[in-house]
Design a protein around this ligand. Sequence first.
Ligand code: IMP
Length: 441
Amino acid sequence: MPKKNIVVVGTQWGDEGKGKVIDWLTDRVGCVVRFQGGHNAGHTLVINGKKTILRLIPSGILREGVPCVIGNGVVLSPVALTQEIEELESTGVDVKSQLVVSASCSVILPSHIALDQARERAKGKNAIGTTGRGIGPTYEDKVARRGIHVCDLLDKDRFWSKLEPLVEYHNFLLTNYYNEEPVSAKESFDEINKAFEKFGSLVADSASVIEAVKNKGESILFEGAQGTFLDIDLGTYPYVTSSNTTAGAASVGTGMGPLNIESVLGITKAYTTRVGAGPFVTELHDETGMRLAEKGNEFGSVTGRPRRCGWFDALILRRSARMNSLSGLCLTKLDVLDGFDTVKICVAYKLNGETFTEMPMDSDLLEQCEPVYEEMPGWDVTAGIQNIDNLPEAAKNYLVRVEELVGVPISLLSTGPGRTEIAVLNDPFSEETAVNAAGEI
Ligand code: IMP
């Protein structure tokens, strides 16, 4: 029996290349579901040389006929969703025949965005570096049980009765605490109602939609956004996003019980990047860092901000493997390391003269850690390689070492942005014992 349902998560700080891999896996599944985050995510897909960036809509949307569900764990901006639907429709994608929006998603209001940006401004040099999309304040209101759900938008009176006091509360904070301009509740109401006209017909009890796919015997792909160390509970707090980005969230963010998840694929960049503030032990502030950024085109797909770059960190990956129950890795952007004389892997941290092989969870401690590197010979070209046997020996050795240090086999290797630039080492849906990159069990 092949494994059926699979969660795809980013194992580092996001931007590992999940969009491409999800699109690739979508061929084999009955539906794709987003379970957390919002339009702070940016999933880039390159198909026949054409680039599409998805922020909110699941990355399965570019495979015709595959239902794509925005699950209840997602915070949804009606305006951003409408824009994204229109952008996709203008390129000929029949979004409405595929997309389902959970009635239980929390709604992002203009005043959430205003609060997010006001807080960042007020924090000054201690800012988190959020995407400024209102994600944090919307999750706060959800947890405080005063948030607005998509189902509230179905009834205008109900929506207004919840919106008005909430915007009044936001405005109290904006004007009295942050010294900022208030937001108009009426304009917010009109803007959201207008956007809702575009996708209101797609709203459903999404857990039942997913259940129906499962009952047909088809696979479900749970699409994570951001990355493990941006998880509100398990990440480098407070430099995190406001949702749970790890595999466990796939269950609560969709309404599918945890026993429905049989496989967890960890998307892992062959080096490390991070956007926004927070500890990053292997960050490179030199020419090598710039070379990674340029070659890897490391600029935020949503914000355009340059990403911080550094070598592969085996300590964070090991912790990620444990926290997500990773069954396999998909190593991405190996080609960005092409042409280096040597490549480095961080195998330990030094702190106050002591050496550790376990990543500390305390961000202040992590900030002070120094990397201990292992240096390996580099290789010429891996770009575009689709068969592991054609990899240069040194690249293969790099993969084997990553597997050894992380303790998880590599299932997939991505060697370029295109849909076909991928090598399969172990089928993520297979029950068979995985082999390592050297072909050994
Ligand atoms: P927020 O999610 O906008 O609240 O931002 C919180 C932190 O998460 C910031 O450091 C952002 O840069 C980071 N972040 C949010 N979404 C993404 C993403 O999709 N990729 C990488 N970093 C992200």
